[in-house]
Design a protein around this ligand. Structure first.
Ligand SMILES: Cc1ncc(COP(=O)(O)O)c(C=O)c1O
Length: 424
């Protein structure tokens, strides 16, 4: 059996097991290009449709139950039905929504964020990580009166700022790509030195998230801090994923303070959310009490539901202790998976930090997608929800027993890949 024939058989078994998802997909493709509205969830021959979720589990429209080890690509840190969030949101629903006005939850939520991130002396809310990054870049360029932004290969800063890889054309005018996790003093410096007076912003993920859970080398990130200061650019840390690594994100773990920070995902307590913040001298441009303030609108920027959910999550759920336990569990899971792969000779390895990880296939390039897909289908069959590309993110509902069982299931499912890859 080859990898391709094993994958074909796995897809057929999947189609057989999921007739209701297939029917839902057939309906969806009539009105949604490709059947969905989130490319990340695309799956051949069709994606699974979810009917409901509770705690750390969800049930699909064919009645299969999955333990969630994807956590909505890091965003679903609370699980499907956290009681504290349910209570706060239900209460907010009874007091009404869509005021077209302020509620006190807005500043309550902002105060919680500012207290955790010293790099955000002032903060503005928006509706996604994409928007947060676009707004932060805009603010940085306005502040420095410069035109160029530096980003890094493999980074993902949102759907309008496409994945920055070497082979893609420049997606956004004025955006320069530099290598990630390299010594700033060498390649990045050589690339940037001739144009340093044009660079207004350096935007970086402290760990590549969608790019494969690749932690940025602390020396590299410190080098960027020094470089930005030296050339007068604004250093922006995109902590949309890495903020969950500690109460103050990866920047707190590394002791590096960027000029601006962007967050999103889980901070919205389950609702669409983004935020960008920074030094007072930068963020002051949005202060309407000043002459010629910069306008920043957004109908749902202060949605009553998001503000309540976000503030509640910060105050009641995202405690330092809870985050520390979750990330320790993630470290344990990564070690267990890596030693399981090593012992069984499976062609996989896991990278990441704390609760944010990614399985990588170590086979030749052209075999990797098939190997990942086969593992993904194997895990679905065993009742685990992950991503085809190998993303693993823990949520507060995952227990250490769950992790042990999950690791055993992954190592077991990986055996099918090893066997097929060896042509047995
Ligand atoms: C590091 C990073 N930045 C930005 C974004 C974009 O966030 P959103 O999907 O909320 O627009 C993502 C989303 O995955 C991300 O991982």
């Amino acid at each position: 059996m080859t990898l391709e024939s094993a994958l074909k058989a796995a897809r057929e078994a999947y189609a057989e097991r999921n007739p209701n998802s297939k029917a839902a997909y057939d309906t969806a493709v009539q009105v949604l290009p490709g059947g969905g509205t989130r490319t990340t969830l695309a799956c051949e021959p069709f994606p699974i449709y979810i009917a409901s979720g509770k705690g750390g589990e969800m049930t699909d429209v064919d009645g299969h139950v999955y333990k969630d080890f994807l956590s909505d690509f890091t965003s679903g840190i609370y699980g499907k039905s956290h009681p504290a969030l349910q209570a706060a949101i239900s209460k907010a629903l009874t007091t009404g929504v869509q005021f077209g006005g302020h509620t006190t939850s807005e500043a309550r939520f902002a105060a919680g964020l500012v207290a955790r991130f010293p790099s955000m002396e002032l903060v503005r809310f928006c509706n996604s990580g994409t928007e947060a990054n676009l707004n932060a870049i805009g603010a940085a360029l306005k502040h420095t009166k410069r035109k160029k932004v530096v980003v890094f290969e493999g980074a993902y800063h949102g759907s309008l700022l496409c994945r920055f890889s070497q082979n893609e054309p420049e997606d956004v005018p004025g955006v320069l790509r530099a290598p990630y996790v390299s010594e700033v003093s060498l390649s990045v410096k050589a690339l940037l030195d001739p144009i340093t007076t044009e660079i207004g912003a350096i935007l970086v993920e402290p760990m590549l998230g969608a790019g494969g859970a690749v932690p940025g080398d602390p020396v590299f990130l410190e080098g960027l801090r020094e470089l930005a200061t030296r050339i007068g650019a604004v250093l922006i840390f995109d902590e949309v994923q890495t903020s969950r690594l500690s109460p103050g994100g990866r920047q707190a773990l590394l002791g590096i303070t960027p000029d601006m920070t962007t967050v999103g995902k889980y901070f919205g307590g389950g609702f669409a959310f983004g935020a960008f913040g920074g030094k007072r001298e930068i963020m002051d441009m949005f202060d309407v009490r000043r002459p010629n303030p910069v306008s920043h609108g957004g109908t749902f920027n202060n949605s009553a539901l998001t503000m309540v959910a976000g503030a509640t999550a910060l105050e009641q759920i995202l405690t330092p202790e809870a985050l520390s336990n979750l990330n320790a569990l993630g470290d344990t899971m990564r070690d267990m998976l890596n030693s399981g792969f090593q012992t069984s000779g499976a062609p996989f390895k896991v990278t990441g930090l704390g609760s944010v990880n990614q399985i990588h296939c170590t086979l030749a390039n052209e075999l990797r997608n098939s190997a990942h897909d086969l593992l993904f289908f194997g895990l679905l069959e065993r009742g685990y929800w992950t991503a085809q590309r190998g993303t693993l993110a823990l949520n507060f509902q995952n227990t250490s027993e769950d992790v042990e069982e999950f690791v055993a299931a992954v190592v077991d499912a990986a055996q099918a890949v090893t066997v097929a890859a060896n042509g047995n």
